[in-house]
Design a binder for this molecule. Sequence first.
Ligand code: AQP
Length: 336
Amino acid sequence: MTKPQNRVFSGVQPTGNLHLGNYLGAIRNFVGLQDTHECIYCVVDLHAITVWQDPKELASNTREVAAAYIASGIDPETHIIFNQSKVAAHAELAWILNCVARIGWLNRMTQFKDKAGKDREKASVGLYAYPVLMAADILAYRATHVPVGEDQKQHLELARDVAQKFNNDFNAADFFPLPEPLIMGEATRVMSLRDGTKKMSKSDPSDYSRITLKDDADAIAKKIRKAQTDPDPLPETVEGLAGRAGADNLVGIYAALADMTKADVLKDFGGKQFGEFKPALAELAVAKLSPITSEMKRMMDDDQAYIDAMLEKGAERARAIAAPVWAEVRKYVGFI
Ligand code: AQP
């Protein structure tokens, strides 16, 4: 069985409110890897149901993430786009890996602690085992690289540990590659616009905390205008952003959207007030996001049949890659 060298796998959950953090931390980087890697991009609906999802909304959110992938520039003909529940290998391999991973490893996962909150007893078993399913997503294709935002780093480390332990336990040499995280750009962790110390997230109760891929120009401008900052002008250097979380976040967003470094942004805006910087950021965000937003809307309004057919075709191609891997796993484990 040939070993892939440059195979990328990543995913986004169809949990609604797709936001600028998902775009800058993940989707935009997915687009950039297409020329150099063989890419498999998944809408991870099995992950989404680890917390309750309304079934109708789940279906619509799944199409929406697929539309966001395409509208952002992922080519579903050259690469693969599909939704996770269509390919059984994810759940099948996750079971095997549940028996490889250790409870102690999962107990250290900070995302579970954050998402389960105080009442851990009431969290789903799926939420606890989420990182193992993520390991299965990647390893089902023997993917070598995984573009993700900073918040997923710990889960990637777990996926590497699981791969290594499977290889050791079953005398499988280097059957599973140890997947490398690709955490890229100036906005690997986009923060809430309301609180620069908290991650921008889909589940934040305040809509003003995030710019979504559905926001129109007015909404984007209003959210940036209201974004938390401080009374001082922008500093001249990156070091000057220390202790100024709101300012640091907006400069990082500008840098990522403009394909610049934060240092270069501060060369242009150092010493200027937010009253000048915020409208420039809003204009840039609208210029970069509005073509994506309008193409997503067009697809969701007029082209759902295309999205569904594309996901089915992608799933078929994904199954074909996962099948021989799964067949080998069965042999290693001793299933007849
Ligand atoms: N704020 C962020 N900055 C940079 N990258 C981010 N990602 C998420 N938030 C940020 C990256 O987006 C990809 C898809 O994320 P996901 O949909 O799988 O789930 P998530 O990380 O749980 O996203 P949210 O928005 O934060 O949802 P909730 O509110 O449910 O927790 C991943 O690569 C992630 O790193």
